[in-house]
Design a protein around this ligand. Structure first.
Ligand SMILES: [Zn+2]
Length: 202
């Protein structure tokens, strides 16, 4: 049989543990909320990056079309140039062809820039996807953690409480006198069947 002091220390230790678990259980939903916010932010930037990817691709296609129309114009001008017999007209068409060729070079430079940008967005997208996956994993782990801690707290409480005159540790009915002592809460009372320290769960 434990001395009163020993029982008091055991009780104190258990109460501390219960309090710690209780505090953790209170903070886990908050932590989960913050992770969910992170996940939502991550998803939003994923969407923004995907949107940006589509836009860059559209811009690039437009530039390709611009090159296409200029190439057609150049070949038309070349036919005209071939057909003309006037020297000044031949030269004027030549200048025009040159102007279109310069434009094409500029557009191709822009295309190159867009391709570099597309590569950068693709890399960002990869990073963001990793972040989103990590946040998701973390939430799953914290959820399991929360469940386990809730269960641990439940079993801690079950081992100690007295409910409707029954010790929840051994499920035996305690005497009326013991139940009254527990309710009074003035001294440390043990279950006469299993020896667990009892308190009033109600
Ligand atoms: Zn008991």
């Amino acid at each position: 049989m434990h001395s009163d002091l020993e029982q008091l220390l055991i009780l104190q230790d258990r109460e501390q543990k219960i309090r710690q678990i209780g505090i953790e259980i209170e903070t886990v939903p908050l932590r989960r909320k913050s992770l969910e916010a992170q996940l939502a932010a991550s998803r939003a930037s994923l969407e923004a990056l995907k949107h940006r990817t589509r836009q860059v691709e559209m811009d690039r296609k437009k530039l390709e079309l611009d090159v296409g129309t200029r190439t057609e114009t150049i070949s038309r001008l070349k036919t005209q140039q071939y057909q003309t017999r006037k020297n000044d007209e031949f030269q004027a068409i030549g200048h025009e062809i040159e102007r279109y060729e310069n434009e094409i070079r500029k557009i191709e430079d822009e295309e190159l820039e867009l391709m570099v940008l597309a590569d950068k967005i693709k890399a960002d997208l990869g990073d963001e996807e990793k972040k989103a996956a990590a946040a998701k994993d973390s939430i799953a782990r914290q959820t399991i953690d929360l469940d386990e801690k809730s269960k641990a707290l439940d079993s801690q409480l079950q081992g100690l409480a007295i409910e409707h005159g029954v010790c929840t540790g051994c499920h035996m009915k305690v005497t009326t006198a013991t139940a009254a002592q527990v309710r009074a809460g003035k001294e440390i009372v043990s279950c006469e069947n299993c020896g667990r320290i009892l308190y009033d769960a109600a």
